[in-house]
Design a protein around this ligand. Structure first.
Ligand code: PLP
Length: 391
């Protein structure tokens, strides 16, 4: 077998240059743990950026995917109906907010957002998309036009016209930005990449009211916050606000690429207006069906709420004991952040040396997206390690 160094050299030589990963070669996962090629074990609070909702190699998911792979992997949605696609759509729309019963299936978060924006333009006949500063919606040219961060956008300008950005959480700015040329307002109920910022109380309800007033669609991008991560199926449920369109991906397939754009039954594409070769393939649908069933059967939403609250209180206590290093702790469910006064990288390194993997969200924010099966004891382990690296 090749050494870690050899494998890293190969990836570096043939990679696109778009990524600079940590010098770790991960080869195996089980539950909340990952192992690198040298056999070191890690507690995974990153889960492939919030993807492995059931943890790694969940036996029921593994069995379901293996069984499906032996039966039928591909079945183009534009040509045939499929048993697994039908079952997955029925299951998904059991848990989506009331009235959101139509679904376009794709393979990633950016694609889920692309479909949402195309749907908004085609259904309203208007070009405008109002998004939020700090928002992240993906890297394809359309989704990138909605994404806020200049370093992601600037090298690729000119982007798609018709996009504007307002300060997140400011209802007055939204009032001014929405016009009769606005097709949609696109918001993350909890901004993820920006550093885990839950929308302030009343903001999403005001966005809903303004969209109704202007006949614009309200799109929630729950690619990161959806599928149980917030302690409810969708973070918008914490606010009691139902969008017209909901974008999902990441956790939806439990690791198998799967995106979904879920929308009101009154909205629709016409034949040929959108499509995807892989979207809705039976393998991904089987994975998605299993993820939803497992979250429901194992009461993982309750687990996320309980362990998330415990974890957040622990982070808040650390913020109190280290005010010189930590600004604040925040988040919802198992979507948590520690906002630092200095750089996050040394703390991430310190955690890694203690066998814990976490993420950053911007240069000064530590982000935790553990699997939904995370336990209080595991949260406690992360908190003790953090106490050590902060000391
Ligand atoms: C809220 C949100 N939308 C969209 C995306 C893009 O998803 P993908 O990388 O699967 O295209 C992300 C990815 O981080 C995200 O967090």
């Amino acid at each position: 077998m090749s050494s870690a160094e050899e494998l890293i050299d190969i990836e570096t030589a043939h990679g696109s240059g778009a990524y600079r990963p940590r010098p770790l070669v991960m080869v195996r996962g089980a539950g909340t743990r990952l192992w690198d090629i040298e056999g070191r074990e890690y507690l995974d609070c990153a889960t492939g950026i919030g993807v492995a909702a059931l943890g790694h190699a969940h036996p029921v998911l593994v069995q379901a995917i293996a069984e499906q792979a032996g039966r039928l992997i591909t079945c183009a949605a534009g040509y045939y109906y499929n048993d697994l696609r039908a079952r997955f759509l029925a299951k998904l729309t059991e848990i989506t907010p009331p009235g959101l019963t139509r679904v376009f299936l794709s393979n990633s978060g950016a694609e889920a957002v692309e479909a949402a924006m195309k749907l908004a333009r085609v259904c309203t006949g208007r070009p405008g998309i109002v998004a939020a500063r700090g928002g992240f919606h993906g890297r394809t040219l359309g989704a990138l036009s909605a994404t806020w961060k200049a370093p992601y956008r600037r090298p690729f300008e000119p982007l798609v016209p018709g996009f504007s950005h307002v300060p997140f959480g400011d209802p007055e700015a939204l009032t001014e930005a929405i016009t009769d040329r606005t097709a949609a307002v696109l918001l993350e109920p909890v901004q993820g990449e920006a550093g885990i910022y839950p929308a302030p109380a009343g903001y999403l309800a005001e966005a809903r009211r303004l969209c109704n007033q202007h006949d614009a669609l309200l799109i929630f991008d729950e690619v990161q916050s959806g599928l149980g991560r917030s302690g409810k199926w969708f973070a918008c449920e914490h606010y009691g606000v139902i969008p017209d369109v909901l974008c999902l991906a990441k956790a939806l397939g439990g690791g198998v690429p799967l995106g979904a754009t879920v929308f009101r039954r009154e909205l629709s594409f016409e034949k040929g207006q959108h499509g995807s070769t892989f979207g809705g393939n039976p393998l991904a649908c089987r994975a998605g069906l299993t993820v939803i069933e497992q979250i429901a059967e194992n009461n993982l939403l309750d687990n996320v709420t309980q362990v998330g609250n415990y974890f957040l209180h622990g982070l808040q206590a650390l913020a109190k004991t280290h005010p010189e290093k930590v600004r604040e702790a925040r988040g919802l469910g198992l979507m948590l952040a520690l906002q630092l006064r200095g750089r996050a990288a040394p703390l991430l390194q310190g955690l890694q040396e203690r066998g814990i993997l976490a993420l950053s969200a911007g240069p000064t924010t530590l982000r935790f997206l553990p699997p939904l099966i995370f336990t209080q004891a595991e949260a406690e382990r992360v908190l003790s390690a953090l106490a050590e690296v902060l000391a």
